[in-house]
Design a protein around this ligand. Sequence first.
Ligand SMILES: *Cc1c(COP(=O)(O)O)cnc(C)c1O
Length: 338
Amino acid sequence: MTIDLRSDTVTKPTPEMLEAMFNAPLGDDVYGEDPTVNALETFAADLFGFESALYCSSGTQTNQIAIKVHTQPGDEVICHEEAHIYRYEGGGTMINSNVSMRFIRGNSGRINPDDLFDEINPDDVHYPITRLVCIEDTANRGGGAIYDFEDIKKIRQFCTNNNLKLHLDGARVFNALAENGIDVKIYGNQFDSISICLSKGLGAPVGSVLLGNRTFIKQARRVRKYFGGGMRQAGIIAAGGLFALQNNIKRLKDDHYRAKQIGDLLQSAKWVDHLLPVDTNIVVAVIKNAAEQTAILTNLKDKGILCSAFGKGRIRLVTHLDISDSDLTYLKEQVSNL
Ligand SMILES: *Cc1c(COP(=O)(O)O)cnc(C)c1O
């Protein structure tokens, strides 16, 4: 028995999703002629109240394209010090966009709007031009923490006042929306661009979508091309993404419920010091003795339970479409005698 809690990216397409993929009408998307890609882009844009959208190969690609379109070489981008765009995208922002990064520390991967005030450079030749703010909701390194919507609105206002663009790395935005209950269009309206992942909790095998206005997406399409991301009959994978948006959003709360159960279980494990708050589908356990991290992971792995190391002394477990209640029962038995 294997229970894979390393990430919500490990899901496999269900028979229903595969059927949608097999039956998808296809065309050459670089010519704009793939009906399934076009349907996915329209569906995603409408959902968040955006004019336009672009299907891409990954969330790294959508984020990197967004940063490229929003900035000029030499500009500065503000993000949380633990943001995916900085930590997990291979240094792409520096390579692709030649921008510098300015980091904000903040509670559980989230930027506190009050902390932005001192970070905007004055119009002076000594400083790079501050151009863009990127936030993550939910925040991965923060253990799936959700932004308070009032904070997002303050950040939006601040960006408007200072002529900055605001990009959302919404790899897990549907997990946030499932919990905060904010109207999707009102939420979407706060951002200049949004990246959503179809291959995380939504369970599609491949792809992300970038949302923006018509001019932004037109430029993004050009950047995607020269980043090598123009795909031909991409409808065959986009169909899985469209199926995911139409069918798998509603069930995300099940993942959150199971993550809470895993949290309760680990709370009482003798090797766990404490947990980060379990807001959504990510459980981060801080272990008592950091030196035992590898041994604990190996022990769990021997029992068929796969988790990830998440920085020093931290273990991450993520629930998703392929984790069932019977997996939890097994996990309970195993963890209690670890
Ligand atoms: C997974 C993830 C991404 C995108 O990752 P890809 O593997 O490139 O699709 C972006 N941001 C966050 C916060 C993520 O968790």
